[in-house]
Write a protein that binds this ligand. Sequence first.
Ligand code: GTP
Length: 242
Amino acid sequence: MLEEDLEVAIKVVVVGNGAVGKSSMIQRYCKGIFTKEYKKTIGVDFLEKQICHNENDVRLMLWDTAGQEEFDSITKAYYRGAQACVLAFSTTDRDSFEAIEKWKSKVEEEVGPNIPLVLVQNKIDLLEQAVVEQEEAENLAKKLKLRFYRTSVKEDLNVTEVFQYLTEKHVQKTKQDAELEPETTAPIRQIGLFNTTSANSSKSNNKNGSSTPPGGETISLQPSKSRVASKSKNPFSRCKFF
Ligand SMILES: Nc1nc2c(ncn2[C@@H]2O[C@H](COP(=O)(O)OP(=O)(O)OP(=O)(O)O)[C@@H](O)[C@H]2O)c(=O)[nH]1
């Protein structure tokens, strides 16, 4: 099978304090919309986007998590199995900037230190109300060894770039992992692909508070459909969905 025949699925979690724009960022990226209205995420929410990366289909599963600590026990369960993460703070919220290292630790406690992460300063359309200096944010990114993006979900600035970067990093990492491990030992797990088949991992379940916490703590991520041969059989299937 050719490498181009793979369909890659990537679980991405978006974390950060409340109201920094996590839900808005995912909605902007997946649906192309922005709403001024603020609806606190209760627990977690989920949207999916299919993109084309280096002529391959990539399915991004974007998990929107609540920013409030009261939901920590719910949201942490959803971090597990994450393969990339957005650490978001807001230009107009100093606490959200100072909380970034804590969010990084929370995610890494669940998934380990090796997934691609990115630091995102959102709401840069509100720079006149900024409470974080650009230099401070850049220094934090250097300290944590993270790529840093400044976004405005409202103005649709740099949002796509954030997810493209994470996709690229994930693809690079899985290739490196596959090269390091011999093909004979668990080849599917080596490339780290999965399907979300849990009944609990419902789509867009709970901006309005109807969240079902994950039964028994862990979302079931089942290795399967890691390599999808059928993509190459249909000449119209590859990257035609935009
Ligand atoms: N001006 C401006 N407002 C934004 C931007 N992104 C989001 N907002 C607004 O910020 C508020 C909070 O956005 P959400 O996306 O709900 O924030 P969240 O991080 O998901 O919040 P929680 O669900 O509480 O964790 C909403 O009123 C959005 O319209 C942006 O780039 N610029």
